[in-house]
Every structure is written in C-alpha cells, then in structure tokens.
Design a protein around this ligand. Structure first.
Ligand SMILES: Nc1ncnc2c1ncn2[C@@H]1O[C@H](COP(=O)(O)OP(=O)(O)OP(=O)(O)O)[C@@H](O)[C@H]1O
Length: 374
C-alpha cells in the first residue's frame, strides 16, 4: 500500500523489510471495502485495564484477500469485532464500503459477515441446505430466489452430496465447509474467516484455497483470513497484516515480504581454514548454524550484498575455499516469528483446535446472534 516503513515501537534491525502503518490508510475511505483509522480499545479500567488495540489503521480494497496474523492477544479479534460492529471502540473510524459501522450498523451489516468460531456458527440439527437458506433468510433474502446461488456454492465447496444431511452428522472438515457456506449464503461482500481450512484434509484444503481465490477474483469478495497455517496464507492472500501488542507491525504484500527477506540469508560451505579463521569470521559477521568438522566449514549468514562480498573476501584471506553458496529462502512463518519478536503461533488462536471461544461482547449485532444451537 506504499506506506513508509515504520518500526511502530518494535525492536528491529535496519534491513528488515517492514511496511506497517503509522498514519491513515492509503486507500480512500469510500473506495475501501474495509477502512479502519486510528482504532483504539481498552477493556476494563484502572489496574485491570487491558489495551487490546492502540491506533490501528488498515484498509482492504474490494476483492482483496488479506491475511491478518499475530500472536495471542495481539488485538486481531478486537479489530475484527470492531469492523463487525460487535465492539464499540474508544477511538477511531471504522467503515465498510464507506459506511460508518458505528453510526450505521444495520447498513454496514448488509455487506459483512464472519466465520469466527468455525462450525459452532451453524445449526447442527438442520441440514446443510437448510442452514444456507436460514442464513440467507436472516439477511433478508428470499431463500427460493437465491437457491441457484446456494446450489453453486454447495457444488464449489464439494458439499452437494451432503446437502440434505444434518450438520451434526458430518465430519469436522465438512462442518467447517458448511460454516463457510453459511457465511457466504447471505451474499455478503466482505468476510472475515478464522482458520477456514481447519480440520480439512490436504486435498480439501487445497480445493478450498482455490475456491477462496475464485470468490475473490470472480465475485469481488473481500476476505480477511486468520490462520495458523502459513501455507494457506501464502497461497490465498495478496497481502499480510501482522499485529503485535495491539498494533500493526507489518502491512505488506506476501511477495514483497518474502522478497525482502530473500537476500538476507546464505548457507555457505567451505573447505580449509583454521579455528582462528572461524573465530575471526564469527567476530565480524553474523554467522549461525556453524558446523566445523575436519576440513569442512558450513554456516548460515544474514547479509546484504555488500556484506556478503566482504565475507567472501575475508574467507579468501583466511585460505577458505568456498565450495557452495545457497540462498536461504525464508517462508512466511519465519517472517512472522521475526516480526513478532520470536513469538510462535502464527494464527494466534488459543484453543487446541484453533477455534476461538471467547464470550461475545454485550454490544451484539445480528452477526453474533447465531451459534452453538445444536
Ligand atoms: N472482552 C474483553 N475483556 C477484557 N479483555 C479483553 C476482552 N477481549 C479481549 N481482551 C484482551 O485484549 C487483548 C487483545 O485480545 P484479542 O482477542 O483482540 O487478541 P487476538 O489477537 O485476537 O488474540 P487471540 O489470537 O488469542 O484470539 C488481550 O490481552 C485480551 O485478553
């Protein structure tokens, strides 16, 4: 989104490819599907006060697919629930397709829905098709009028064969897909999906990823996805927003994030050299995973191009023959861990099965009225 790199209070080295937001989002509030500017929310007061989000700004264009990541407690759910109108922020603007969510929640709700608690969203005694009809109906649509679209949805999500089966009789992976279908049944244009591929086998997960991309590209569906599975994020998302401690610390395309890290790592194997030579190199360069056995020295090094050439000069001066140099390809999980100061758990959900089971806030809108009625 062309923002200037910013540390946002994070300790980081100078080379880290970050573009997080300090300032208003780059998109026009009326053009963005999701527009959040200066969002802040503190729960409780006095000694018990917990600042969940602090000056969060982000924007998502129509049809864009964004991964929202962060460790537990980073503020993702608070941000999402603020966009859904389920939480009243202390400060900031939240718009969905230009509509101020808190000034006009009903109008904003026309566009947006979320799968935050997986299969818990659905009515387990109803069949798959009945769930779709129900969720379309509560969004004010005539289920008969949208039946063709529902059949297409069932088809694309490989649910057609189970359309007349009660949700409670389905496997966990199928329930997950029904949950997604129920969210999409109401013909919304913005969806928040928490762990959309949870419980799916590899083949179903890959198919679902393709389907999510298709929905974004062909139907212009705007998606914000949280997941522990970085492969899913890499496969499906155009852009990644990483939150930590209530702030956005990264907002960049997946491509640029990985490209920025790509030049930083080399795995070098060399022959010759002494312990003194190694000690000198370790002193002057950021070597990791060092293995020195007999005549063979192998290590990884984080280096920009200039540093890399200084290193190879130093190796030559120590009579070390470089046998091979490989670029160490980072993946999104590594980027995530580094950006959140070593915190693991990319999806940030807390339960073993990855579902979020926090109580819904008191300020409920229709989006929170479903769920857990089996
Ligand atoms: N209703 C609430 N009352 C008090 N504190 C809350 C409430 N909701 C969230 N918090 C706190 O705000 C902080 C941010 O929580 P939030 O749920 O937004 O983070 P998250 O990134 O979604 O985390 P997780 O991945 O664990 O769900 C946490 O410290 C959390 O304990």
């Amino acid at each position: 989104m062309g923002r200037e790199p910013s540390t946002n209070g994070q300790a980081r080295d100078d080379e880290r490819p970050v573009s997080a937001n300090d300032g208003p989002p780059a998109l026009d509030p009326d053009e963005a599907a999701i527009y959040v500017d200066g969002l802040a929310k503190t729960f409780g007061s006095g000694e018990d006060a917990v600042t969940a989000v602090e000056d969060v700004s982000l924007a998502v264009a129509p049809g864009e697919v964004v991964g929202l990541l962060g460790p537990n407690g980073a503020g993702k759910t608070t941000t999402i629930k603020s966009v859904l109108g389920l939480i009243l922020p202390d400060a900031g603007t939240v718009r969905v397709h230009g509509i101020d969510v808190h000034a006009n929640p009903r109008a904003a709700y026309e566009y947006v829905d979320a799968m935050l608690e997986g299969a818990r969203n659905d009515y387990w005694r109803l069949t798959v098709r009945e769930n779709l009809r129900y969720f379309a109906a509560i969004r004010g649509q005539d289920p008969d009028a949208v039946a063709d679209r529902h059949e297409e949805l069932l088809d694309h999500l490989d649910l057609a064969a189970k359309a007349d089966t009660a949700v409670r009789d389905l496997s966990r992976g199928m329930k997950q897909k029904v949950s997604l279908a129920s969210v999409l049944a109401g013909d919304i244009s913005v969806a928040f999906l928490d762990e959309p591929t949870l419980g799916l086998d590899i083949e179903s997960s890959l198919k679902l990823r393709t389907e999510l991309r298709r929905l974004a590209e062909e139907r212009g569906l705007t998606l914000v996805i949280s997941s522990h599975d970085m492969d899913v994020i890499e496969d499906v998302c155009d852009r990644v927003i990483i939150m930590n401690e209530g702030r956005v610390v990264v907002d960049d395309t997946v491509e640029d994030l990985l490209a920025g890290f790509e030049t930083r790592g080399y795995r070098i194997t060399a022959r010759g050299g002494s312990e003194t030579a190694l000690a000198d190199l370790e002193d002057r360069f950021d070597l990791t995973d060092v293995q020195h056995t007999g005549d063979r020295l192998r290590f990884e090094v984080a280096a920009d191009t200039a540093t890399f050439y200084r290193l190879t000069d130093a190796m030559e001066a120590h009579d070390l023959d470089v046998a091979s140099v490989e670029t160490v390809q980072p993946d999104l999980a590594e980027v995530f861990v580094e950006m959140t100061n070593g915190t693991a758990d990319p999806g940030g959900t807390s339960e073993e099965d990855g579902s979020t089971t926090r109580e819904a806030p008191a300020n409920r809108s229709p989006a929170s009225e479903r769920g857990d009625r089996r």
